[in-house]
Design a protein around this ligand. Structure first.
Ligand SMILES: O=C(NNC1=NCCC1)c1ccc(Br)cc1
Length: 330
């Protein structure tokens, strides 16, 4: 971000994290949401109806000398928040930083739901989940990471998301300058296509850790930290005036004083979500109530360690060791 530009409300509350990529020849530059909770690389495209495009950059396969249509292939995806998109598929060159995959499946959207049309800043998604849940039919395609991981020094990537500031994704190496102390490692179960792990327990504020396993996924594409109802209830019981607000669809509480920290275990270590990151966003300019960054995972089947949890740490997604590493940020 250049100095002097105004921070948008979305940026103020870390709603999503967007990263530049290049597609095709000559390179077409788009800015997309890197999403460890899904495994499709799809982009706004010239194949969409004009009414569904509101400010986004689009991929034009006809303007790329290296694009090749994957005849007969289609895709359709629906995300956990109900948003969705669909389209057809091209193979083309994709570059992220100094890394290039020559024949990456680029899923060109023909249709997107309103959530995507109304998000002018986001030109698509780049899935960093496991390729087993890629939605391309009849033949599922590999993610960018799967296509490049054997050419990296190590088959891993790291996410260093920040609060109200640009973060970084690195591929193939762990930057020792990005974290302090030891990284806590925990095994990943990739059988559902996600970066799933089980936290052994949690604590509210300075209380003792409670032995309560929490199984969930590390999902950069989900904004909040979605946990079991019992855990969420125990957390908000510690905040004066906190209550479930059906209008807002979640727990709301007075923005001040700062709520207690939320701590969860990762193997032998702990991750602390500072209280000031839990008061996610004011519900309206009038009263001083805040929508909580910790909400219930009811109906999903497991918990989601979204950006509210991930931005506290330097996180290593290690496909070689099938493990997640959580380090304290430098
Ligand atoms: O959709 C998911 N993650 N990514 C994104 N959300 C919104 C746009 C991108 C998601 C993944 C797994 C589970 Br379980 C719940 C939600």
């Amino acid at each position: 971000r250049q100095t002097g530009t105004v921070e948008t409300d979305a940026e103020k509350h870390d709603v999503e994290y967007l990263t530049p990529i290049s597609i095709g020849t000559p390179p077409q530059n788009l800015i997309v949401d890197f999403d460890t909770g899904s495994s499709d690389l799809w982009v706004f495209s010239t194949e969409m109806a004009a009414k569904d495009i509101k400010g986004q950059a689009v991929y034009d396969p006809n303007n790329s000398s290296t694009s090749e249509k994957l005849q007969g292939s289609t895709w359709q995806i629906t995300y956990g928040d109900g948003s969705s998109s669909s389209g057809d598929v091209y193979l083309d060159t994709v570059t992220i930083g100094n890394l290039t995959v020559p024949n990456q499946a680029v899923e060109a959207a023909t249709k997107v739901s309103d959530e995507f049309t109304d998000d002018a800043n986001n030109d698509g998604l780049l899935g960093l989940g496991f390729s087993s849940i890629n939605t391309v039919q009849p033949t599922p395609q590999n993610t960018f990471f799967d296509n490049i991981k054997n050419n990296l020094d190590a088959p891993l990537f790291t996410a260093d998301l920040k609060h109200g500031a640009p973060g970084s994704y690195n591929f193939g190496y762990i930057d020792p300058a990005a974290y302090v102390g030891n990284i806590s490692w925990t095994p990943v179960d990739s059988s559902q296509g996600f970066w799933s792990f089980t936290s052994p327990g949690y604590a509210v504020g300075t209380e003792a850790m409670r032995n309560h396993s929490i199984s969930g996924i590390a999902d950069t594409g989900t904004t909040l930290l979605l946990l079991p109802k019992s855990v969420v209830k125990a957390y908000y019981e510690e905040i004066q005036g906190a209550q479930y607000d059906s209008n807002q669809g979640g727990y709301v509480f007075p923005c001040s004083p700062t709520p207690p920290d939320f701590v969860f275990g990762v193997s032998d270590g702990i991750v602390t979500v500072p209280g000031d990151m839990v008061s996610y966003a004011p519900v309206d300019s009038a009263n001083q109530d805040c929508f909580g960054g910790i909400q219930s995972d009811t109906g999903i089947g497991f918990s989601i360690f979204g950006d509210v949890a991930l931005k506290t740490s330097f996180v290593v997604f290690d496909a070689g060791g099938l493990q997640l590493g959580w380090g304290a940020k430098n």
